[in-house]
Structures are given as structure tokens and as C-alpha cells.
Design a protein around this ligand. Structure first.
Ligand SMILES: [Zn+2]
Length: 257
């Protein structure tokens, strides 16, 4: 459960996520693990990276970085924070002009140059451990062998592989599924009136999603219960049907009225 951003955690949302997964026929092994209870593990890994010279402190403000987003940090503070007396974030120093290659189960051969990626933040100014570092440790501690997620995290994979190598952890296999986007190619979000999935309509949503993934269920299975739809989909699943597809456009069924 990704609840590291404590100030932004909405009470009850973790439980709602679990109930939604159950409604969709998706189950998990063992106990649910909360990132907020793993501070010691993340702190030890951060120390390890600092000791090995993989990090530097960055004093850049959001304004200094405007327009660059998450990627493409120009290396401003690589030789030390450029501002005095301000809070600093910790960045992971990526090797210069190095190409990260991986073979994605759906997107195929992926390559990212560290020059374009930039040095990623692994601990924020408010001292909260950032997603990239936490997720690498979570995967390793749970012996995750296959990561399946959305293409919005395709680029993050490159940083995660570099972090795994720096921490001497093994790299799992990755498969990045197309993301559902608006007609304008923007991500779904509350500000665009996208609605959350409704547990009570799990069968309808699964049918829609399977169609979007080029796996349309046969008429007799349309809008059926999640267990039957998933069983069918597992047997029919063919990654070639979505190979190299980065996004699919949302249809009216996933929009608010
Ligand atoms: Zn900086």
C-alpha cells in the first residue's frame, strides 16, 4: 500500500482500494504491507546509496525546475547544493550518457538514455522517501518476479533498474499495459471529471477494459461476474494483441455523465 505521502493519505482510502480489488476478483498473497511501516528499510537503503556516492543534495526549487517535469534534471547541484539555508531533496546520481535497456513484455525493447532521464529524487525536501526508491525495495523484499503496470511508469523503470543495480538487487521482468486516456490523450483524473471504478459494476468495467485491450469477451460472457471473465481472459491472454500499444482512448463508459 503506497501510503508514504502521509499528509496526503485520505483516511479509509486503503480499505476502499482493497474492497475494490476484491470486487474485481483480484486477490493477494499474505498480509497487506504498508510503505508507511517500512521507514527503517528505506532509510538503510538511502544510507547505503549515500555511502557509496550515488546521491547528492539538491536545493533547486520547483520554479528552478519549471518545465522539466520529473525528467531531465540538468544536474545543477551535482557538485553541491547551489542555494544555502534551504531544505534540500536527495537525488540519485545517474551514470552520465548511459543507456538503460530492457525487454518489456508488452512494449518490446525499451531504451532510455540517462542524459534524458536525469538524476531522480529519492528523498523529498520534506524527508519523505520518494516512490522510485520505495518501490524498488518493496519489489525486492517481496521477491517480486513480474511487474505488470501501466505505461505511465515505463520511463520510471529505467531509474528503478539503475537503483536495483546500485543496491545489488535483482531486476524483475516488466510488462507495461496501455493506459486509458482522454480523447485529448491526457490522463484520466478528477479534474477532468473521470469517475473511479465502481465495485458494484465490476463485470461491466472488466468487459470494457478487455475490449480496450483487444480481448473482447464472447457475447455470452459480456458483463458477467469478474471470476468468470477473468478466468476466460487468463486463458485467452495474448500480449501480441496489445504489443507496443502505449494508450487507448476512454469511451463514454468510463466518463462521468
Ligand atoms: Zn538542484
Amino acid at each position: 500500500m503506497e501510503d508514504l505521502d502521509t499528509p496526503r493519505v485520505v483516511p479509509g482510502s486503503a480499505d476502499r482500494i482493497l474492497r475494490t480489488l476484491e470486487a474485481f476478483g483480484l486477490h493477494w498473497d499474505g498480509d497487506v504491507i504498508y510503505q508507511s511501516q517500512r521507514s527503517d528499510v528505506y532509510g538503510a537503503a538511502l544510507d547505503q546509496l549515500q555511502t557509496a556516492g550515488y546521491t547528492f543534495e539538491c536545493s533547486c526549487s520547483r520554479r528552478d525546475m519549471s518545465g522539466t517535469g520529473d525528467t531531465g534534471y540538468p544536474g545543477t547541484c551535482r557538485l553541491g547544493p547551489t542555494r544555502r539555508g534551504v531544505l534540500t531533496a536527495t537525488r540519485f546520481r545517474v551514470p552520465p550518457d548511459f543507456v538503460v535497456l530492457f525487454d518489456d513484455g508488452i512494449q518490446g525493447k525499451c531504451r532510455f538514455n540517462t542524459h534524458e532521464l536525469g538524476d531522480v529524487i529519492i528523498r523529498r525536501k520534506d524527508k519523505i522517501i520518494a516512490y522510485q526508491l520505495a518501490v524498488v525495495l518493496d519489489d525486492a523484499l517481496q521477491h517480486v518476479t513480474n511487474v505488470v503496470r501501466g505505461t505511465d511508469l515505463l520511463e520510471s523503470t529505467a531509474w528503478q533498474i539503475l537503483l536495483q543495480q546500485a543496491l545489488k538487487l535483482s531486476t524483475p521482468s516488466y510488462a507495461h499495459l496501455p493506459l486509458v486516456v482522454e480523447q485529448t490523450h491526457e490522463k484520466l483524473s478528477k479534474s477532468r471529471h473521470s469517475v473511479p471504478v465502481e465495485p458494484a459494476r465490476a463485470g461491466v468495467s472488466l468487459t470494457t477494459v478487455l475490449r480496450m485491450l483487444n480481448h473482447p469477451p464472447p457475447p455470452e460472457l459480456e458483463n458477467d461476474v469478474p471470476e468468470r471473465l477473468l478466468e476466460w481472459a487468463v486463458h485467452q491472454w495474448n500480449p501480441v494483441a496489445v504489443a507496443h500499444v502505449r494508450s487507448v482512448t476512454a469511451r463514454d463508459t468510463v466518463h462521468a455523465k
